[in-house]
Write a protein that binds this ligand. Structure first.
Ligand SMILES: C[S@@+](CC[C@H](N)C(=O)[O-])C[C@H]1O[C@@H](n2cnc3c(N)ncnc32)[C@H](O)[C@@H]1O
Length: 243
């Protein structure tokens, strides 16, 4: 994945960022709704909150939240690829004018490079707010991932994530040989609200309050890299058996 492209604009070299990794609070409104509203709600009851974005790309949302809420938010991010590191987030944050060169170092998120297909590398009940945008589609065990998002969230904490099962059917679930839709499974769970993505109404995003016992009871049978099957597609399809 290209980190950025260099293009000459009016004789001056300029970085062109990868749009799919640079979404900010404004762009997130079309996918996850009002991310900032969730932060404001949590800050009504707590002086300081911990925030995690899984799959943060250039970390724009984490930088924007830090800029607005300063020490009231402690920000953490996860990326998979070692090249999508803190140095890149630093260069991005300065180039985009979110922080000055002098200010950026102390406002960077804490970044972990890892593969969350296995586990989210944090203890239970760590974050007040956990969100994830355009990341679940790359994971093989999407059901385990949703359970992991819930696990690392604190009691009274909030989770926002897209599901990515609209335009492309990336979830395939069988119950006694019959197909079941992930949205109908999720809509029966306590504490979950599903809403249409504003920018892509075929898809829904999930808002969830931390649940003390959140199990989807989906057993992963196989996963397929859709891009390998068809270069016009991307992401992973996960096939499950439901108990
Ligand atoms: C399409 S980008 C989305 C970036 C950002 N959320 C946005 O919407 O602009 C997908 C992100 O998911 C991360 N990612 C993909 N697969 C992952 C995995 N298995 N473990 C951890 N992160 C992963 C990538 O590193 C990248 O940051």
């Amino acid at each position: 994945m290209t980190l950025y492209w260099i293009k000459k604009v009016n004789g001056k070299k300029q970085r062109i960022w990868n749009y799919g990794r640079s979404r900010g609070l404004k762009e997130a409104k079309n996918i996850l709704g009002d991310v900032e509203k969730e932060v404001k709600l949590l800050l009504k009851n707590k002086k300081q909150i911990k925030i995690l974005e899984v799959g943060c790309g250039y970390g724009r949302i984490l930088l924007e939240l830090k800029k607005k809420y300063k020490d009231r938010v402690e920000t953490f991010g996860i990326n998979k690829e070692p090249r999508w590191n803190l140095k890149l987030i630093e260069v991005f944050g300065v180039a985009e004018g979110i922080f000055s060169k002098k200010e950026i170092a102390k406002n960077l998120p804490k970044l972990v490079i890892c593969d969350v297909n296995n586990k989210i590398p944090f203890k239970n009940n760590t974050f007040d707010f956990v969100f994830s945008e355009r990341t679940i589609q790359y994971l093989s065990n999407k059901a385990k991932y949703l359970e992991e998002l819930n696990r690392v969230t604190t009691k009274d904490g909030t989770i926002l994530t897209d599901i990515q099962n609209g335009t492309e059917n990336r979830w395939e679930i069988f119950k006694k040989g019959k197909k079941v839709n992930i949205y109908s499974i999720l809509s029966q769970k306590k504490g979950i609200k599903l809403q249409k993505e504003k920018g892509n109404p075929k898809d829904k995003f999930l808002r969830m309050q931390k649940q003390s016992n959140f199990k989807l009871n989906l057993t992963l049978v196989s996963s397929q890299d859709l891009h390998k099957l068809n270069p016009d597609k991307w992401g992973t399809k996960s096939t499950f058996n439901s108990k």
